[in-house]
Ligand binder design. Structure first.
Ligand SMILES: [Zn+2]
Length: 457
């Protein structure tokens, strides 16, 4: 048995905050208390440091295929980046391969992740084929611990309302969650065609073709479908004030719905889309960055209860390669931006700047994702019996985010030049030290697949 003692830290969970110690045996937390005097194999002095649960990033994309056959960054680099930034668990969106059984896709991804993931992981499945076989497979996957499915209302894998309903009904029956990408496909198609006909092909026109109303309309419809089916539904990456208010209203009605937003919607605005600069392509993601008014309105949802979780929606694209694919047509720019490495500490810093309690920060980046996606209390908290996934933050160390010092494979970060007070010093994954003095010392392949529990009907 290996024992670890973390001493004198400012232990913070979503419900508690106190100065104390953590006693770990092998992969589990055994004791949370104060003045624990035991002889441990490893002793970590956390005096004047924060001790938080490991981050859970519930929305990431690894190895995303681009139109030229290349892939975005994958498990080997991005999970190390995640660990260094305080994230010990991620839920990866796996794309159902056309013409293939869901199980085959999952088996392939599992073996890839088993070889190279440095942190624990689970999968959501992105449904691309809304047929009977796929619907039947939901039950099998749920038994294998894959209990959330992404349904698109926009892009080229959009489902019709009728198909959404069929899926949501089955997901509800199997105790699974629907995660919905809510944007109105027809409105966007219409606006995109107009821009292209007028010769407006620059990335500047990406947000012009996806105004706020295209998100709000789809969220409203998604919530209506959730009401009709009773399916537990997470509205993914909410970017507008109106969107998060709609989710709040649905909650008030008693629906089991959840709101997700991302650091980029809380920290960046549409001023990054410059008409005369192709660098705007770095910020081409869907939904797009919004106005300052929307940004402030989203923070209100973080202060209140409309927003439940903050995920990175990480896509490890590079500007010099992937993002160049849309030089002639902004619609061909791969949508997404890197963020898995910085999500946790961005939220740590900016929650405090806004006067938001650190226990709420923990709830947004770890506890709620664990609760919503069937991982709690194994993950998302610091309690006896929980996995010893622990992040120690030194509040006195300053850091400047830059592509030059990141571990993510991308050649840029949307947060270039952001100044943060506080830095991840150590990270433990199931009791093993994987980051020490800010350096990754774990191993590729040490992450484990997380079999998640379906909700009991
Ligand atoms: Zn996404």
């Amino acid at each position: 048995m290996t024992t670890v003692l973390i001493k004198n830290g400012r232990i913070t969970t979503s419900s508690d905050q106190f100065k104390g110690d953590l006693w770990i045996e092998d992969d589990k937390i055994v004791l949370v208390g104060s003045k624990i005097i035991e002889k441990a194999d490893v002793i970590i002095d956390a005096t004047d440091k924060w001790v938080f649960p490991g981050g859970i990033d519930a929305h990431v994309h690894m190895d995303v295929p681009c139109s030229d056959g290349s892939l975005s960054a994958g498990y080997d680099t991005e999970t190390i980046a995640a660990a260094r930034g305080g994230t010990t668990t991620m839920l990866d969106y796996v794309l159902q391969e056309k013409g293939q059984l869901l199980q085959k896709t999952i088996t392939d991804w599992k073996s890839k992740a088993a070889r190279s993931s440095a942190i624990d992981y689970g999968f959501h499945v992105i449904v691309t084929e809304p047929n009977e076989t796929t619907i039947r497979d939901i039950e099998k996957l749920a038994k294998d611990g894959i209990t959330s499915f992404k349904l698109f209302m926009a892009n080229d894998i959009a489902l019709r309302d009728k198909d959404l309903l069929r899926f949501m009904e089955e997901l509800k029956r199997q105790g699974c969650n629907a995660c919905i990408h809510a944007e109105n496909k027809d409105m966007i198609d219409y606006l995109q065609e107009k821009t292209i006909l007028n010769g407006n092909v620059e990335p500047y026109y990406h947000p012009k073709s996806r105004p706020a109303i295209t998100e709000a309309e789809a969220i409203q419809r998604a919530l209506a479908l959730a009401e009709l089916t009773g399916c537990p539904t997470l509205i993914a990456h909410i970017s507008t004030e109106q969107g998060r208010k709609l989710v709040g209203a649905a909650k008030a009605k008693g629906l089991e719905v959840y709101g997700e937003s991302c650091p980029h919607y809380l920290l960046l605005t549409n001023e990054n889309y410059q008409k005369d600069s192709y660098e705007s392509a770095k910020f081409v993601l869907s939904p797009p960055l919004r106005s300052e008014e929307n940004r402030q309105g989203l923070w209100q949802g973080v202060l209140g209860t409309d927003i439940d979780i903050i995920s990175s929606d990480h896509n490890g694209f590079s500007y010099s390669t992937h993002k160049q694919l849309g030089r002639q047509d902004y619609r061909k720019i791969p949508n997404g931006a890197p963020g898995i490495e910085h999500r946790y500490m961005l939220m740590y810093h900016f929650c405090q700047e806004r006067g938001i309690e650190l226990s709420r920060f923990v709830e947004l980046v770890a506890t709620n994702p664990a609760k919503i996606f069937g991982l709690y209390p194994q993950k998302g908290t610091l309690a006896p019996g929980s996995d010893a996934d622990i992040v120690i933050v030194d509040p006195k160390v300053e850091q400047v985010i830059s592509a030059n010092n990141q571990c993510q494979k991308s050649d840029y970060t949307p947060y270039e030049g952001f100044n943060l007070m506080g830095k991840v010093e150590s990270v433990l994954l199931r009791g093993q030290l994987i980051v020490e003095k800010g350096k990754f010392i774990g191993q590729a392949g040490m992450g484990k697949f997380l079999k998640r529990a379906a909700k009991k009907a």
